[in-house]
Design a protein around this ligand. Structure first.
Ligand SMILES: [Ca+2]
Ligand SMILES: [Ca+2]
Ligand SMILES: [Ca+2]
Ligand SMILES: [Ca+2]
Length: 515
């Protein structure tokens, strides 16, 4: 039944608009019953309706016979994807390599904070109940332009709620949506323009909300206990939605793909009818024998050229082939052991090489052998490890390694480490060309927009944002640092058109912009 008629969603739309290069998606129906489907790019016309006094639109006719990968085409690395105008998911696209749009402010100050009183909630981890405030790891906001022209920021926070904020005013655009526990991780806005928001909560549910009927309405949820999980039941992983399929990892130690069946009802309201395609264990019996049940997926999955990549708390790095996913088949085509808990999201470059940040908690021989920032070649028949960089702890009583997701620059990988360094690493050689002190517990991921890198710093002493100029990518130069906010910035910021949006553990959410 499935797979007879495929919607190939990836056709290159290249349009020069206002001097900027854009990559967007248009849907093209393709009849295909064989395993090879070639999508031929069609003529596309870009029209711009901005408020600029004059707008030049350029139509480009593109004819190519290069097949587009249905999931995570290589040409989307570093690019915005989808038809929505915005930053729609953690690290912006399925290869986790799009960080927002400029301009980056030159002298940023706090334009507004949200809300009036701190967002806090109690939650129990390993039998201990604590008060958690603000937003945390990974916590990157969605920022998008709604059909009515309002720029809206969407965040999950530790007061158990998802908040919807007017980016201009800092006021609620919708009533916050409450769950039964902390909202951690990052959420995704449907990149194809369906008014849907996808997110997980510590209350064990992964949810889909409809955003087209006033206040947000839950259309669907799935409980982590749908499977007999190996570990806990949270959903920290940010879902990736491509071509009506949602890819997600669970703290229950399973990888899931759901066919969403997105549509609209007779009243024009968006609908979903998710059906499971696969649920695949992230663990192996051998790893369970070695490390016990701590096998969770907490990273956000990455998708490149019809493969999905994820890793688990025992350090197993998995690549699945998605070419038969409609039929519920997703064989393991890459399998690697990096030695330790891997919660930073895998970053994929244009050649399909994988960059991983790994924690150093177990202090085993394998961690010593491979390091805590590594480059893997998932296509080689030999040893996938291209290079590794060691990230030792700052003290004998602490962990080492990386929780932040690396940022891919021009031949250089930027990595914030838990011991408190920002590293610039040559992607070819693994040479550390530069480093700077950014303060202990740097779990916020660096973002790169317009040759400027923005990094959360000084977690223990108030928390601030710092910017570096990347004119020489191998030797970043500091250009500014904001005043301290009231607490650690553990979340990853979103840069969008002159503003920087990010939450802090002090309980509040911040919009930074030009003074
Ligand atoms: Ca839970
Ligand atoms: Ca977790
Ligand atoms: Ca973990
Ligand atoms: Ca850990």
């Amino acid at each position: 039944m499935r797979g007879v008629k495929l919607l190939i969603g990836l056709v290159l739309l290249v349009a020069a608009v206002g001097g900027g290069w854009w990559l967007a998606r248009v849907a093209v129906g393709v009849e295909g019953s064989t395993t090879t489907v070639e999508a031929v790019a069609t003529t596309t016309t870009a029209t711009s309706t901005t408020t600029a006094p004059t707008t030049t639109s350029t139509s480009l006719t593109t004819t190519t016979t290069i097949p587009f990968a249905r999931f995570g085409d290589a040409r989307t690395v570093g690019q915005q994807v989808g038809s929505v105008d915005g930053l729609t998911m953690f690290r912006g696209n399925p290869t986790r390599t799009f960080y927002g749009e400029g301009p980056v402010p030159n002298d940023p100050v706090v334009l507004w904070t949200y809300p009036d009183s701190a967002m806090c909630g109690r939650s129990t981890v390993a039998g201990e109940t604590d008060l958690w405030c603000g937003t945390g790891w990974t916590g990157q906001p969605v920022v998008w332009t709604r059909p009515d022209g309002i720029t809206e920021v969407i965040i999950g926070a530790y007061d158990y709620a998802v908040h919807f904020i007017n980016a201009d005013t800092g006021q609620d655009t919708r009533t916050p949506f409450r769950t039964g526990d902390l909202v951690k991780g990052s959420g995704s806005l449907d990149p194809d323009g369906y008014p849907l928001y996808y997110f997980g909560s510590r209350d064990n549910n992964l949810r889909i909300l409809a955003l087209d009927r006033g206040d947000p309405v839950e259309l669907w949820s799935v409980n982590a206990n749908i499977v007999n999980g190996m570990w806990n039941n949270d959903w920290d992983s940010d879902p990736v939605i491509i071509d009506d399929i949602m890819f997600e990892g669970g703290e229950n130690s399973y990888f899931f793909a759901f066919k969403l069946n997105r549509s609209y009802d007779a009243d024009g309201h968006v609908t979903v009818d998710p059906q499971p395609l696969v649920e695949i264990p992230a663990f192996t019996d051998e790893l369970v024998r070695t490390f016990g049940r701590a096998q969770s997926i907490e990273m956000s999955v990455a998708v490149y050229e019809n493969r999905v990549y994820f890793a688990n708390s025992a350090g197993r790095v998995v690549g699945l082939d998605l070419s038969q996913i409609d039929d519920g088949i997703a064989p393991v085509v890459f399998d690697y052991w990096d030695g330790d808990d891997t919660d930073a999201t895998i970053t994929v470059d244009a050649e399909g090489m994988l960059y991983l940040g790994i924690e150093l908690e177990k202090f085993n021989a394998r961690s010593e052998e491979v390091g805590q920032v590594i480059k893997l070649d998932p296509y080689t028949d030999g040893d996938p490890l291209v290079w590794g960089v060691a990230v030792p702890p700052a003290s004998s009583t602490d962990d080492g390694g990386v929780w932040a997701t690396p940022a891919l620059g021009d031949g250089v990988l930027y990595v914030a480490t838990h011991p408190g360094k920002l590293l610039a690493i040559d992607t070819e050689t693994g040479e550390v060309t530069w480093s700077d002190e950014i303060g202990w517990h740097a779990w916020s991921s660096p973002v790169i927009v317009d040759d400027t890198l923005i990094q959360s710093v000084n977690c223990g002493v108030g928390g601030a944002l710092r910017a570096y100029d990347l004119s020489d990518p191998r030797q970043p130069q500091e250009i500014w640092q904001t005043d301290a906010v009231g607490g650690c910035i553990e979340s990853t910021p979103a840069v969008w058109r002159g503003r920087i949006y990010v939450g802090s553990r002090d309980g509040y959410f911040y919009a930074f912009g030009e003074k």
